[in-house]
Structure formats: C-alpha cells, structure tokens
Design a protein around this ligand. Sequence first.
Ligand SMILES: Cc1cc2nc3c(=O)[nH]c(=O)nc-3n(C[C@H](O)[C@H](O)[C@H](O)COP(=O)(O)OP(=O)(O)OC[C@H]3O[C@@H](n4cnc5c(N)ncnc54)[C@H](O)[C@@H]3O)c2cc1C
Length: 439
Amino acid sequence: MGKDQERQIAVVGAGIVGVSCAWQLQKRGFQVTLIDRLEPGEACSFGNAGVIATSSCIPLVLPGTWRNVPKWLLDPDGPLAIDLRDVPRLASWFLQAQRTATAEGVHTASTALRRLHAPALIDHLDQASEAGCDHLLRRSEYLHVYKTTAAYKADRLGWKLRRDLGIPMREVGGQELQDLEPALPDSFACGVLLEGHGAVLDPGGLVKALASDFKSRQGRYIQAEVQDIMPGGPRGVSVRAGGEEIQFDTLVLAAGAWSAQLAGALGHDFPLVAERGYHVMFGEPAVSLNRPVMFAEAKFVANSMTAGLRVAGTAEFAGITRPAKQRRIDMLTRLASENLPDLNLDQQISWMGPRPSLPDTLPVIGRSHLHPDVLLAFGHGHTGLTASATTGRIIAALASGESPEIDISAFRPERFPTKSPGPTSGTIRTGREAAGAAG
Ligand SMILES: Cc1cc2nc3c(=O)[nH]c(=O)nc-3n(C[C@H](O)[C@H](O)[C@H](O)COP(=O)(O)OP(=O)(O)OC[C@H]3O[C@@H](n4cnc5c(N)ncnc54)[C@H](O)[C@@H]3O)c2cc1C
C-alpha cells in the first residue's frame, strides 16, 4: 500500500465543493469519508443557475457600488435585499466589503478569481467524464443582455476588468442578438457574448452523480450532522458525527455557508454570511435558450435545463434559518415573464439557498494555519459551482504535500483574524441553534 492509500481523510459537506474535493482526493488514492447531514447536493449546490462562469471574476462590491444600494433596497424588484433584523450581525461584513472596494482590492480579487476560474471548464469536463456524468454539462457561451446602452455603459468598469484579464468577449446587438436567442424580445439594446463557459443541465444531479461515482469506488458516505471537530488525538483530528467519534489523519471542511461555525471550534473567526439566492423552475416553459443568459439590469440568470427553464438570482442578506420570502419568488417570476414574454408560467417550482459569502468575494482555500491537519475549502459565494472542480484539485494537491498548480495565496485562511485566545481543541454546537448564527 502506498503512503496516500493509508491516509484517512474526512470531507465535511457534500455540496459541489465537498463532493469535488472527496472525488479528487479519492483519485489520488486516499481513503475518503464524506460526511453530510443530507443526501449529496441538497443545499446551495442544488439550486444554482448552472453556469460554469469562467468570466465571473468581478468582486461583489466595486468602488461606487454603494451609491446604488439605497435605490436597490427601496425597489421591491431590486436585486439586493437585507433583512433588517439581521443588520446588527451583518454590519461588520458590509464594512469589510466596503474596505476591499478600492482600485487595488478590486484588481487583486479579480486577478485571483480569474486564475481560479480559468481552468474551471476543463476541470469540470475532465471530472464529469471520468465519473461518467458528462451528459449533465455542456460547453457553452454566456450572454449578458442590456435593455439600454446607458446601463451597459454604467457597467464599463466590470467589462474593462474582464477585457484586461484577457477574457474572450464581443459586443452583440440588433439582429445578431435575435439570431442568438430568438426567445428574447427585440427591446434589448445590446449584449456581450462570452466564450469558454459551461452550462450544467441539472446542478443537483451533477453533485449526486459525482457522489455516486465516489461511493462506487469504495468511498464512504456518512449521513449525519457533524457535532464536534476535535484537533489532536492519535491520528490528527477527530469528528463526532451521528453519535460516533471517528479519527482521521486530515479533515477537509467544505460545509458551505455553515463552515464558519465548524471552523470556529478550531479557533478561526471567518466573517462568512449566508447570501441567499432564489430560483424558479418553469417545468413547461414553451421557450428555450441556447446558452445561459444574464439579464444585466434585473441581475438574474436564465438557463434551459433538463427539467425546464430556470431563472435564478437575487442577493438577500438574512439569517440562514429564516424562511424563504414569497416576495422574492414573485419578483423573479415577474421579471422572467417581462424579459421572456412567451414564457409559460403554468408549472413552477421555487427554491431558496444560502451562498457562502466572504466580504472580499474570495473563497478560503488552503491549510489551516492553526491546525495543519485541517484543510479549508468554502466561501465561494456566487461562483461555487464554477470553482468546485478546480478547488477539489487544489485540495487534493495540498493533501499530497504538493504545491497546487495555481497560486492560491489570495485565498489563504490567515487573511482573516482568529479568535483570541485560539483554542487548540474545541467542541462545537451545530443544528438549528448554530445555523441561526450563520448570518
Ligand atoms: C440562486 C443562486 C444561483 C447561483 N448560480 C451559480 C452559477 O450559475 N454558477 C456558479 O458557479 N455558482 C452559482 N451559485 C453559487 C453556488 O451555488 C454556491 O457557491 C455553491 O453551491 C456552494 O457549494 P458548497 O459545496 O460550498 O455549499 P453547499 O452546496 O451549501 O454544501 C454545503 C454542505 O454542507 C453540509 N453541512 C453543513 N453543516 C454541516 C454539519 N454540521 N454536518 C453535516 N453536514 C453539514 C450541508 O448539509 C450541505 O450539504 C449560485 C447560488 C445561488 C443561491
């Protein structure tokens, strides 16, 4: 048996990030146990817009974004919502986000995200084809459309940043826009067509298919709530899940928007919040799109999938356990029917899920500086599907003691403070009580 084949690794969280980590670690020969309280792909990774968005590398908050915030908040159809009850807990997140919205901060974040997303499509295609589920995704372009040229011009900083990063794109308009997407009304003034993207036809199904391939290769799956993470002990780290305490050599924490509570037991203090998004799936849409389309003013994405046409978006900052808001669902439905007038609204299923978001728009990917037997992989915000396969490859390289092919210094955990004094071992509380504190 090789050295790696004797190493026992736990991955906590079976969303697209955790499952990709488990799959890539297993490929390296590690003995991997994946732990989740749910079946694979039932949380945020279930309901995303399905875009492998290699060009999405613009931070959430740009210099000047704050000028739009009052307008967005006052507009019931606006892309941003904040639950006032959560403002006290969210205030420091917004302050930190504002602090990174400088020319230098934006350059650093967009360059780092571009580096992470550039190999994303190839990594997804390789991973899915080896796991026998490449029928669930396809290569595609990504089209952003604008109703007015004024709105396009207002987004010029984002487009300049993408152009400077070498992202292949071109402006489209008029008849070409109609030819590309006949389902769009002719009221759209212009658009930008981006190459080198991917479209997932069933995002939750992709996670399940990867997890099923992992299990078929002797990967162990424990469906249980992780209650405690305890560094130290005879191996390196132990996990209490489902009343059982299990020892591992290494633990990968990939629990999406719930990761901060779990990392808190290790002495970390990540400012992770739940940035909730919604989707509405139209089962008999009567229209279809040839590629994912971002409606730039309304800030939602529409994508044709196996089960129908999905529209997804909105950024709602609210506690992770608060119920979904019907108003946001109605808003998405209304925007979808305004922007795609032939859309049949008869069969709808709606969904809400928490994006794991950090204030600098960058994920945490790397080894814990407090506990070297713990690897961290969470906080991917709006682009967790995109970055998941590459994140899995990075984590597998780190677990093997190699330097990843990509420079991951911008994602280092130590850019955030630790709790003071940092415990060397800890016990955490999870479940409803802890989840309620996730922001
Ligand atoms: C509306 C919307 C549209 C989006 N569109 C896109 C898109 O087009 N492209 C893109 O790249 N990204 C998109 N995203 C973002 C993307 O979906 C997320 O970044 C990604 O799903 C996060 O994956 P994850 O594995 O980190 O988290 P999750 O999928 O949330 O998985 C975390 C897992 O951890 C488990 N867990 C947590 N705590 C515990 C515990 N104590 N014990 C056991 N298990 C635990 C949970 O049960 C869950 O299964 C979108 C998001 C939303 C909301």
